[in-house]
Design a protein around this ligand. Structure first.
Ligand SMILES: NC(=O)c1ccc[n+]([C@@H]2O[C@H](COP(=O)([O-])OP(=O)(O)OC[C@H]3O[C@@H](n4cnc5c(N)ncnc54)[C@H](O)[C@@H]3O)[C@@H](O)[C@H]2O)c1
Ligand SMILES: [Fe+2]
Length: 386
């Protein structure tokens, strides 16, 4: 099988690496940058610290801090206007996946005609925009190293997935110290998102020898660190481990693919405004149970990498332990059920569920799953996760 593998040209990992933004901007020949972030980053002082360090290197900084969680096309256009008004020659995305995705989308829109919905899907962005630096503060989406953004289309009330090399950051600065302030439930939600990225990259029909090592390493880091980071927010070693897990899953999944969990979680997020990581987490055990028969050997390897099974277990035994382990992990992280996060009666959910199943299939992600479901099976899986 022929595969393509893309990552940013420069990835700087480790404590303090976020202070490199100014030097990296200068290296790229940029004198003026748009710092794309959210209100928490401003109130916590982090945006100011990154802006100051860039100004110290002689780079002019304009701050766009109105990115909302799960950003929309309106956020992108607002940021683009500021970029143009202030003649910024680059974007810096500072925050969780939302500000980083917004920054990457602003870059694309700096060089291509609106609306952004023209580019939904795979490889449809004609031109590269201004350079991009990404600085993650959650561990996480991996958006710092992915050629993917998820942007809400306000006209159609759907989440658009856009995948294109022109969305790849030029520089990713991965500084675990920025994640130390994440509260436990955010740590849990985004941590399971990381695990789903790694697992889906590994069981996807598009998995390759270039992505498998990153996916398995990410799974091991999650297994060793997620519960500790959740229970002990100040544990720097666990935060560092989760940051590496997120980065490595972010390297694996766009070069392989995400699968059914992400396919089913996007409609949940779009309709019920459930945070991305949480909508994945509530679906993960049921979808895994459904998918195992398509790749039993690979799922058994995951179970061993998670420490749920040992080399002495048969694949079947390892896969039983995997399902039990993932349900226990959700319980330990206080992740509720689908019904709790949608906050509607099942009868109301059922009015939308057929369309959700069709939107899920239309996204293409379920087509990469080791078992490709029908719309009816997707409806059944939503009910099992309820
Ligand atoms: N591009 C990709 O490859 C990719 C992959 C997965 C998810 N996503 C997208 O990423 C978005 C979700 O990103 P996310 O889960 O990282 O969350 P987020 O960026 O939406 O942030 C969620 C909340 O956490 C806060 N926060 C962020 N960092 C913090 C910190 N260090 N301390 C305290 N609070 C902090 C934010 O201010 C915000 O209120 C979704 O839009 C999702 O679709 C993108
Ligand atoms: Fe995700």
């Amino acid at each position: 099988m022929r595969t393509q593998f893309n990552i940013p040209a420069t990835i700087i990992v480790g404590a303090g690496s976020s202070k490199e933004a100014g030097a990296q901007a200068r290296r790229l020949g940029v004198k003026s940058a748009l710092l794309v972030t959210d209100s928490y980053m401003v109130s916590s002082g982090l945006a100011g610290r990154v802006a100051d360090s860039m100004r110290g290197e002689g780079v002019k900084v304009t701050i766009y801090a109105d990115v909302q969680p799960d950003p929309t096309d309106l956020n992108v256009m607002e940021g683009l206007e500021m970029l143009r008004e202030n003649r910024c020659g680059m974007v810096v995305g500072l925050g969780g996946g939302s500000p980083m995705d917004c920054a990457k989308a602003i870059s694309v829109m700096s060089a291509n005609p609106a609306p952004i919905s023209l580019y939904a899907g795979l490889h449809k962005v004609p031109s590269k925009g201004v350079p991009i630096i990404t600085i993650p503060t959650t561990a996480g989406t991996g958006a710092e190293v992915t050629k993917v953004v998820v942007i809400g289309d306000t006209a159609r009330n759907v989440k658009m997935m856009i995948l294109d090399l022109n969305l790849m950051a030029d520089v990713a600065l991965v500084d675990y110290e920025l994640t130390m302030t994440c509260p436990p439930q955010l740590t849990a939600n985004v941590g399971v998102d990381t695990l789903v990225h790694a697992v889906e990259a590994y069981i996807s029909v598009k998995a390759s020898p270039m992505t498998d090592p990153y996916a398995l390493s990410s799974i091991r880091h999650v297994s060793e660190n997620l519960l500790i980071a959740y229970n002990e927010p100040d544990n720097a070693k666990a935060r560092e481990g989760m940051t590496l897990a997120s980065l490595q899953a972010g390297i694996a999944f766009p070069n392989s693919s995400v699968c059914l969990v992400h396919g089913m979680s996007r409609p949940v997020g779009a309709l019920y405004h459930v945070p991305h990581g949480l909508s994945n987490a509530v679906l993960f055990p049921a979808v895994t149970e459904f998918s195992i028969r398509g790749a039993p050997g690979r799922y058994a390897t995951i179970s061993r990498a998670m420490g749920y099974a040992t080399d002495g277990d048969t694949d079947d035994a390892a896969n039983e332990k995997l399902i039990a382990g993932l349900n226990r992990l959700n319980a330990d992280l206080k992740i509720p059920h689908l019904g709790d996060v949608c906050k509607v009666d099942l009868s109301v959910f059922d009015e939308n569920v057929q369309k959700m199943a069709e939107d899920s299939l239309a996204s293409g992600s379920p087509g990469n799953n080791p078992v490709v479901p029908t719309a009816e099976q997707i409806v059944d899986l939503y009910h099992r996760a309820w």
